[in-house]
Design a binder for this molecule. Sequence first.
Ligand code: SF4
Ligand code: SF4
Ligand code: SF4
Length: 381
Amino acid sequence: MRGSVLPIENNLEETILNFIKEAFDKKCIEAVILPKRIPSGDSFAYLLIKDKSILEGASPFPPVIPVQGAKAISSLTRQGSVKKKILAIMHPCEIRATIELFKLKQTTLNNLIFMSYDCPGVLPLSDYLENPDENDQTFLAAQQKWDSKDMRPVCKICTEFSAPASDLHIGQLGTDEGKIFLIPNSSVGKEFLNAFGLNSDVPLDEWEAEVEKLKKERENNKKDAQEKLKTKVEGPENLLETLSSCITCHNCMRVCPVCYCRQCYFDSDAFKFPPDNFISKSEKKGSIRLPSDTLIFHLGRMSHMIHSCVSCGTCEDACPMDIPIAQIFNLVADKTQQVLDYKPGRNIEEPLPTVTYQEEELQEFEKPYSETYIKVEETNV
Ligand code: SF4
Ligand code: SF4
Ligand code: SF4
């Protein structure tokens, strides 16, 4: 692989903001989407910026993800393609989710240029909100040292921290001090760099070696974390216990970028039953929990979108009950995606498993799953 080298002026944030301003001047872009601190100072929001003076104080590398970037993009393109060239700077998991949404025909990507970066992770949203000023410093130190100790659990085990499907990637790993790599992943990315007079001819061996090293480290973290989690959540009884504090607020579903059904079954009339239905169930089991959809909600959501789950952690950040819901989804998604040989958001050309599904495949998995289903049916939730 090859890319360009860009010197860092003062700090990385300022360098990227100056690069974007120059992109406006060179007419490479007409607008940019990136996070900026909200007026109260304690969180961040995605802004669609047309006036480059508003870039002042923007945060291309925010310490938290309050709104998943794919949600920001789909809100913009819900009614059709954008006509102006827009640069979107996002975490790799946000770009991967956007690509999944595109495959699910819930967003359009025309005229959008995506810029990603080697991602050190972000802090848990609730921890951050407790003391934003102090946590800005915690994040800065962790970001500089690539120390994931304080980052969210899903970030500690994230192996997709560099997005191969973005147009332009900022490589920070394996660079000489005071420099970053700009790596074009598409013809659009190459044209972008050409407009800056930057040739993509610098070998990226050191960046690739460092990316591999960090991937291995996170892969090992993942193995350990998943083994620990399995002992807590595997099997219907354990899963039920873990989800027993769920208040069925459905926040996890509403914030998830790839929970794609336009009309959610769990919010629909099809999921509302007459009282006799509940009474007869409570007669059969002795009692039932109300509302009664907790486990079915999570398993239903899981079965719908697990192949596209990018393990972005947004659901866990939104959970008021501290349920490790993204870690549970990551555990199942990882297995499912391995079986399907599918990595969500890795390649825009790769079809969704639901599109290539054949009736006669994966039958070896049917029996164990149907046995688990019967056990779940017998439970009380
Ligand atoms: S999940 Fe991965 S890409 Fe997303 S913020 Fe965490 S480390 Fe970055
Ligand atoms: S289920 Fe959670 S971790 Fe997976 S894509 Fe949705 S919000 Fe992200
Ligand atoms: S956000 Fe948490 S409490 Fe709310 S439905 Fe999801 S898992 Fe349950």
